[in-house]
Every structure is written in C-alpha cells, then in structure tokens.
Write a protein that binds this ligand. Structure first.
Ligand code: GLC
Length: 435
C-alpha cells in the first residue's frame, strides 16, 4: 500500500514538474515590475472603436450580414471630426482609471493606425487620415496613463487568415488561406505597434477561440509571437482572451464578463493562475457602439464591480464604445465622472491593494495594502459583522472619516459593530493589523 502511495506521489510530482516546465518563458525583471504596476492600477477603461462604430450595431456587425467589400466602403466615410485624444484621456483619468486598452484591429480586420502592412487602415483608407493610436499614445504619455492594445488574432476580411467558426458569410476566398503568410503579417503589425508608439503596457489578444472546434488542434504559434513581443518590449504584458488556462509567455490572465471564480458567461471555466488578473465588462450591453443600447450600468453597479474585482485580486477593465464622430457616449462620460468622484474619496482602499485576507463573502470583500486591511461591506449582514481573522487587529476605523468602529477579537474571530442601516455604496472599515 505504502509503495502504491509512493508511486502515486511520484507520478503527481512528474506531472507537476512537466506543467511547471512547459514552455521556456522566463519573465524579465522589467516585466515583473510591469506586472506589479499593472495590478496596482486596479481600474482601466476598454475602448472598442473602429469603422464598425459607423453602423452603430456593435463590433460584430460584419459577421451579421454584410459582405466584406460592401462593409469596407464605410472606411471611405469615416471622419470622426470630434476625436480629441487628450479629452478622452482626461475623462478617463477623471474617472480614476489608470490605464486604457484600445482596439488596434478588431475581427473586421480594419487597423486603427497607419500600418504599412495593409492599406486597410485609418490613415490610408479614410478621409480622416489621422493616426488615432499615435495621438492617443501621446496623450496617455502626457497624462501618465498606461496604454494597452487589443489585437484580434482572427480576421474576417483577409483571405490568408484560415477561416474558423465565424466569418463564413463575408465572402472570403477560403482557397487562399495561408497561415504562415498571415502570421508574418500579424508579427509585422505587432512590431509596428511596439516600435512606433512608445512604451506599451500590454497586448490584449482575442479571437483564438475561432479555431476551438477544429478537428485537429490549430497551431497559432503563440509562444513565438509572445517572444517577439517580449523581445521588442520586455515590460509589455501579454494576455490572451482564449478562455483557457494561461500558457507559457503570458503575463496576465483575463476573464471576460465574469469576476475570477464566477462563470455566468459560460466560458470562464479555467483555473485562476498566480498571474495578475483582469476582468473586462461592458458598461452597457455590448463592446462596440450600439445606438439602441442605452442600458448603461449604474454608477453604483460599476463601483461595486470594481470593489468586487479588487477583493478578488483582479483589475476591472470597463468598456465604452466611442461614437463614429469621435466622442465618448454621453452616458458613459457621466458614469466615468461619478465613479471618479467616488475614487477620489475611496481610491486608497483600491489602488495598490491586493485581494485581502478573506475570500469573497456574501456581505462583501476585503483588500489589503501593507498593514491596512480594508473591509468593504457591500451587503449589510445586520448590525454586527463577524469573520475569522488570524492576524491581530490593533485598530478599526471607518475609512471615510476615521471614526472608531467598536470591535472584539476572540478565538480567531473578529466582530465589528455596524450602524443600523449602511447608506454608502460600499461601507469601508479600515483595520490596522499586524501584517
Ligand atoms: C469577445 C468578442 C469581442 C470583444 C471581446 C472583448 O471576444 O468577440 O468582440 O472584443 O469579447 O472581451
């Protein structure tokens, strides 16, 4: 029996080692520092902007009916004359967000910068003719905002992209599929993005799932592509929205429309890694601008999402779909401003924190920074709140005004006294503890 047990343990060890050794990626010191800075941000804004915005029906519009050659004509009318990178960045900064992730090229294949790899881009194919990513990159640098680029692995427009499970109706010539050609194209584009736009905080890949149903596994050659990114900018974090466990070469893990650990969307089944985490969500119901969707989440809901993400040690990347005229939607701007008002007061309990000592509870979450453990009460449990806590509490104060909060700590359980009725979106008690 003992021998059996030993063999079993040995087998587990071998499998475990295999896992740890899969891939050769060793992050550099700059990369590790960048991961830390990224997690410290806690709040970012996602922007889905492209010629699809003109149809005002979300970023998947090309997939829902038009032929590519008809759709592409929109480029010739794209003139977002109200675009002002600095005012976007300032509005986002005012919201308390610390980084932006913008679509450089979405599934429709249109590039939002002056790429030399294809004329189908904002500089060469639109009357607007301006490199909006360059303008945004400059504004971000000026305002101290970190910039990430979303980049689609799948492309509904290019013939060399081997068709997956989407894009069958757009009229592509599938006999011309040539992944090596397409791979070179992508890498040349990524090289531009990581050479001409200053320091880029991260590349946010999306679309690998297009080949999830292939009979033989599709080889995206991700490790080679990731290595190129790290060679060009070691501090640039690589993340991939593949809805699977992280693979070698990735620096952060993302969860689409779910907090880490939840799976309401149905595709977030992968285990939570030790890498920095990020949850992305839409502010209304869709990523790209949709004229009929005015169903924006309330400011309270957005704040609670942010708090809930922080308590799970994750960033929140909240999306807005800019309009075809270059403005951010008015309701979105209003929410940004209101979240910012809250962040001005409560930012210390969010920025630079890590998920606290407790796993998320019915009543809320905890975040920690140094010897401060922040207790975020989101659903009032009653007039007392008790939970197990190993470390010794030296003081308990209401975060917002420093009022002492009565507490008892006995046999490893902390009990805090709460008011009759908590009015705040998030009632925060700051505990000073032994770390
Ligand atoms: C999904 C959608 C895509 C969107 C992304 C953002 O992958 O297909 O349109 O950009 O989610 O999370």
């Amino acid at each position: 029996m003992k021998t059996m047990k030993r063999i079993f343990v040995l087998a587990l060890l071998v499998v475990g080692m295999g896992k740890a050794m899969a891939g050769n990626y060793i992050p550099t010191a700059e990369n590790l520092e960048s991961r830390k800075q990224f997690s410290d941000c806690r709040f970012g804004i996602f922007l889905h902007w492209g010629i699809y915005s003109m149809f005002a029906q979300g970023e998947w519009y090309l997939q829902s009916g038009p032929k590519q050659y008809e759709y592409a004509k929109a480029a010739d009318a794209f003139y977002p004359h109200r675009f002002n990178a600095l005012s976007w960045v300032r509005a986002i900064k005012d919201a308390g967000a610390k980084y932006i992730c913008i679509t450089s090229r979405h599934h429709d294949g249109f590039s939002m910068w002056g790429t030399k790899q294809s004329p189908y881009n904002i500089v060469d194919a639109t009357p607007f003719g301006r490199d909006v990513l360059k303008e945004l990159a400059e504004a971000c640098q000026q305002e101290g905002i970190r910039l990430h680029f979303y980049y689609s692995h799948l492309d509904w427009g290019r013939d060399d992209y081997p068709m997956g499970r989407t894009g069958h109706e757009v009229g592509k010539d599938s006999t011309k599929a040539d992944f090596q050609h397409y791979f070179k194209f992508m890498n040349a584009q990524l090289t531009e993005l990581l050479t001409n736009y200053g320091p880029i905080g991260g590349i946010w890949f999306d679309g690998v799932w297009d080949h999830d149903n292939d009979a033989t596994p599709f080889d995206w050659q991700l490790e080679e592509q990731y290595a190129l990114i790290h060679k060009l900018q070691p501090a640039c974090l690589v993340g991939n929205n593949h809805h699977k466990a992280v693979v070698s070469g990735e620096d952060f893990q993302m969860f689409e429309r779910d907090l880490p650990g939840d799976n309401t969307a149905g595709w977030n089944k992968s285990e939570i890694s030790a890498l920095p985490l990020e949850t992305c969500e839409t502010m209304n119901g869709i990523w790209g601008y949709k004229i009929t969707d005015q169903n924006y989440k309330s400011t309270q809901d957005i704040i609670r999402m942010l708090v809930n993400a922080s308590g799970r040690d994750a960033n929140l990347l909240m999306n807005l779909g800019p309009q075809p005229n270059g403005e951010l939607p008015a309701l979105g701007l209003q929410r940004l401003h209101e979240v910012g008002q809250w962040m001005k007061k409560y930012g210390d309990t969010i920025y630079g924190t890590r998920g606290g000592d407790l796993k998320p509870q019915e009543w809320g979450v905890t975040t920690r920074k140094g010897n401060q453990l922040y207790v975020h009460v989101l659903n009032q449990p009653g007039t007392t709140l008790s939970f197990p806590l190993k470390c010794k509490v030296k003081a308990a104060k209401l975060f917002i005004d420093g009022t002492s909060v009565p507490f008892k700590q006995k046999n490893g359980t902390l009990t805090l006294t709460l008011p009759e009725k908590v009015e705040e979106v998030d009632y925060v008690i700051a505990l000073t503890t032994k770390e």
